[in-house]
Ligand binder design. Structure first.
Ligand code: RP5
Length: 168
């Protein structure tokens, strides 16, 4: 079965990454989620990638903070798309994780999302968009989600809107 694999470097990352899981659930995307670290459990991370690929993982989402090498370490083990989510938490407040995730060497891509909650959410959307390339029903769900956002913006605006009359 095709699924998305979500890996985070520590249990302390879960509070933010649950937003990613909720978004995958919104689109009824099967996923696996687990904790594995590039630094603290490198063998577990490497072994898992092979297992996940053999089970049908199509996209990997990797979230980590501080010296965030998880997405890069996973990229080294697979040619499936790897989406990185840099998380804040250290004294550099996510800038460390952002640079560690985004600055991959040529030929070894990680799609780096925003730092924190927006990045967690966007990682799920990016994975859904990748899967939707070959899935018309999923693509329709994405269009519907965008249309709902337009309606939401209009409703939110109406609740606070002040507009002056047009001139002339
Ligand atoms: C990273 O170090 C983890 O992804 C986490 O964001 C950060 C701190 O981990 P803990 O010390 O909270 O376990 O590897």
């Amino acid at each position: 079965m095709d699924f998305v694999s979500v890996i985070m470097g520590s249990k302390s990352d879960y509070e933010i990454m649950r937003h990613c899981l909720q978004a995958l659930e919104l689109f009824s995307i099967p996923y696996e989620v687990l904790i594995s670290s590039a630094h603290r459990s490198p063998d577990r991370t490497k072994d898992y990638i092979k297992q996940a690929e053999s089970k049908g993982a199509k996209v990997f989402i990797c979230a980590a903070g501080m010296a965030a090498h998880l997405a890069g370490a996973v990229c080294a083990q697979t040619t499936k798309p790897v989406i990185g989510v840099p998380l804040s938490g250290g004294v550099l407040d996510g800038l460390d994780a952002l640079l560690s995730t985004v600055q991959m060497p040529g030929g070894m891509p990680v799609a780096c999302m925003a730092v924190g909650k927006a990045g967690a959410l966007n990682a799920a959307y990016m994975a859904v968009q990748i899967l939707a390339i070959g899935d018309k029903d999923l693509a329709e769900k994405l269009f519907a989600d965008r249309a709902a956002k337009v309606v939401q913006i209009e409703q939110d605006s109406k609740s606070i809107e002040v507009r002056l009359p047009n001139r002339g």
